[in-house]
Design a protein around this ligand. Structure first.
Ligand SMILES: [Zn+2]
Ligand SMILES: [Zn+2]
Length: 310
């Protein structure tokens, strides 16, 4: 069986390759990066030397390309009805996909997008497993059309796009597994699209993982709708907000609303073994001045039943 791969989102401050060095220093098996400033529309093109240093760092640790994922900017909204904003989003997604291709990064995670139409009341819960509203359906169609455009512009690229599960705040799509399925069904090249499950997001969206049988049922639903074999990265975050709260705030493992059964189900699922399990939790010094990434990774390995590295 493939190994359980525990990693974290690491900083590229000072150089992209430093994220790889940071991850290995923390005893991690995989890593997620922003390949550029995620708050800006513009980026400076990758320099030859940056790609070289990155490739050398990857070769030095002996990782294959599936162990690194990129997360694109939160500015991207492929679901927007504003044609101008959508064109900018596609351009930014294209830029990030080109960077990933140049760096040999297998997958780029994005949030599906917000349709910006009729909004539910902030406290109204997500209706899970129900057909999407008209505005939601229009948004899902725009995401698929945007991905088609991206694929048309970038023929033959190996880097795929991973649509992440969301909490469903505002008009954000992707809180229901059916949304993700529909987008992938609508695109002309579904093999270029996969998924990223975020444990914080699925719980805050209202998928109840509070007992082993409930957590198992949630993953079974995902498998039936989308296929767990299409999940190429997992975000392992605990959730500050309660189940169904639609609050997207990450908590350290074991300190939030997800519960051990949620993490165990994800970490031990045979179809998710070998996929990068990425922490996106706060970095400040943890208990006994140990970095939180080390503390959280140790807890995840304990829950997964694998030997701790440190
Ligand atoms: Zn995430
Ligand atoms: Zn989040």
């Amino acid at each position: 069986m493939p190994p359980v791969l525990i990693g974290s989102h690491c900083s590229i401050a000072g150089g992209l390759h430093l994220a790889i060095e940071e991850a290995t220093r923390l005893g991690l098996d995989c890593v997620q990066v922003f390949t550029k400033n995620q708050r800006r529309w513009a980026s400076t093109p990758l320099h030859r030397d940056e790609i070289k240093a990155w490739t050398q760092a990857i070769t030095a640790v002996g990782w294959d390309r599936s162990r690194v994922v990129s997360h694109n900017s939160y500015l991207v909204n492929l679901a927007t009805p504003d044609a101008c904003a959508r064109a900018r989003s596609i351009a930014l997604q294209r830029d990030e996909t080109e960077r990933c291709e140049a760096l040999g990064i297998a997958a780029c995670v994005i949030h599906p997008g917000a349709h910006l139409g009729a909004q539910r009341k902030p406290r109204e819960p997500n209706r899970l497993g129900e057909p999407p509203s008209t505005d939601e359906l229009d948004g899902l169609r725009r995401i698929a059309a945007s991905l088609d455009e991206l694929h048309r512009q970038l023929k033959g690229f190996r880097t795929i796009t991973l649509l992440e599960t969301t909490v469903g705040s505002g008009t954000n799509l992707g809180y229901d597994f059916g949304h993700l399925r529909m987008i992938r069904e609508l695109v002309r090249a579904p093999e270029r699209v996969g998924f990223c499950i975020d444990t914080c997001h699925i719980v805050a969206a209202g998928h109840d993982c509070s007992t082993p049988s409930r957590a198992k049922a949630v993953l079974e639903r995902f498998d039936a709708e989308c296929g767990l074999d299409q999940v190429h990265a997992v975000h392992v975050n605990d959730s500050v907000g309660a189940c169904g709260s639609r609050v997207d705030r990450h908590e350290h493992i074991g300190h939030g609303a997800c519960g051990a059964s949620c993490f165990r189900a994800v970490l031990k699922h045979p179809k998710l073994r070998g996929r990068p399990m990425i922490l996106e939790t706060a970095k400040e010094a943890g208990p006994a001045d140990e970095p939180w990434d080390i503390v959280n990774a140790r807890e995840l390995r304990r829950l997964a039943g694998v030997r701790a590295k440190r």
